[in-house]
Design a protein around this ligand. Structure first.
Ligand code: PLP
Length: 365
């Protein structure tokens, strides 16, 4: 049986040659390639600074620390995201406060934010989920009104845009992931982008054991550094990310054309003014979602549920005393299925995905 993978990193000769060059150079930890990658990535995003880290998770942790967030603070975020988003708030000693999402885009619902603000709130941590920006203007207005920082979790949204502005430039600071399933990869890796010199400086310090001068430790920092090996891969990927994103968009349009009139299936909604980069192509389905998943897997269609459990319902959060419900999040976790949309898909594979989903609709809707 043919298997169509949900994700497929594209590693070509240039990535391999770049890595070999680094390996031969003798500088395989954080060195000149990391600096070059930071500069070029920040330039592509459109910020003054790029600070590379060992993962998207450590980028979030570092960025929160660099914003001065810690014990006694609250950070408003969503429960419909990967655990790293809110766990990174916990790492700092602060408390994540969960608000609901918009039913169409699955991103933070700005109308829910103000009710969650207390005198402890320090920041809004917005997730640019599946490759699409949240509705940032109202979020930025609320942040401005209440003097809150805005942090973008852009782990899934390299190259996405909101009203012509690139994700990663929209708040005070943003964090990207380069995990292999992401729109571009370095193996493991992350990047912080910001225009704020102080946040950039503090991020570099927290990344390196709280130290700006060797063996002088002013803060409790970490080893969250990246490597020249990872940066060598990233530099090659950066040349191709726009074409990867174009192909993801083409594939998404093709899938949506094929699925838009299928009973019980809702294709992804791209909000006007947004450039979606389709890290995930996520449909909502009627009927028993588990049966859908079994059926798609049986037919060789790689698929995933991102995410099956709201974060506030995870055991970790229950044990911390969370007892929360967000009605849209609670409903959507049982409806979503992500289908393959990666740039290597062939037209035949896209046609197979469409016809299997149509078959599923006949069976389950
Ligand atoms: C929304 C979101 N935030 C944070 C992360 C963490 O990134 P990493 O896996 O590179 O640590 C991910 C990665 O899966 C993610 O999807």
């Amino acid at each position: 049986m043919v298997k169509i993978n949900i994700a497929k990193p594209i590693i070509e000769q240039e990535e391999i040659d770049n890595v070999v060059e680094v390996l031969k150079s003798g500088m395989i930890a954080q060195g000149p390639k990391v600096s070059e990658f930071e500069e070029k990535f920040a330039q592509w995003i459109g910020t003054k600074y790029g600070i590379s880290t060992s993962s998207g998770t450590t980028a979030l942790h570092t960025a929160l620390l660099a914003c001065g967030i810690g014990e006694g603070d609250e950070v408003i975020t969503v429960g419909f995201t990967f655990a790293a988003t809110s766990n990174s708030v916990l790492y700092t000693g602060a408390r994540p406060v969960f608000v609901d999402i918009d039913e169409d885009t699955f991103t933070m619902d700005p109308s829910k934010i103000e009710d969650a603000i207390t005198d402890k709130t320090k920041a809004i941590l917005v997730v640019q989920l599946y490759g699409q920006s949240a509705d940032m203007d109202p979020i930025l207005d609320i942040a401005h009104k209440h003097n809150l920082l805005v942090i973008e979790d852009a782990a899934q949204a390299h190259g996405a845009e909101y009203k012509g502005r690139k994700v990663g430039t929209l708040g005070d600071v943003a964090c990207f992931s380069f995990y292999p399933t992401k729109n571009m990869t370095t193996g493991e890796g992350g990047m912080i982008t910001t225009d704020n010199e102080e946040i950039a400086n503090m991020a570099r310090i927290y990344r390196a054991h709280g130290s700006s001068v060797k063996y002088h430790h002013d803060y409790l920092g970490y080893n969250f550094r990246s490597t020249d090996i990872a940066a060598a891969i990233g530099l090659a990927q950066l040349k191709k990310i726009d074409s990867f994103n174009d192909k993801r968009n083409e594939n998404a349009s093709y899938l949506t054309d094929g699925l838009k009139d299928v009973k019980g299936v809702v294709p992804p909604v791209v909000k006007e003014g947004n450039k979606h980069v389709f890290h995930q192509y996520t449909i909502k389905v009627d009927g028993d979602r588990d049966k859908w998943l079994d059926f798609l897997n049986e037919k060789g269609i790689g698929c995933g549920v991102y995410y099956p459990i709201p974060l506030y319902n995870q055991k970790l959060y229950k044990d911390l005393g969370y007892n929360q419900s967000c009605p849209v999040t609670d409903k959507i976790v049982d409806e979503v299925i992500s289908l393959p949309v990666h740039p290597s898909l062939t037209k035949d594979e896209l046609d197979t995905i469409i016809s299997v989903v149509k078959e599923g609709s006949e069976k389950f809707c």
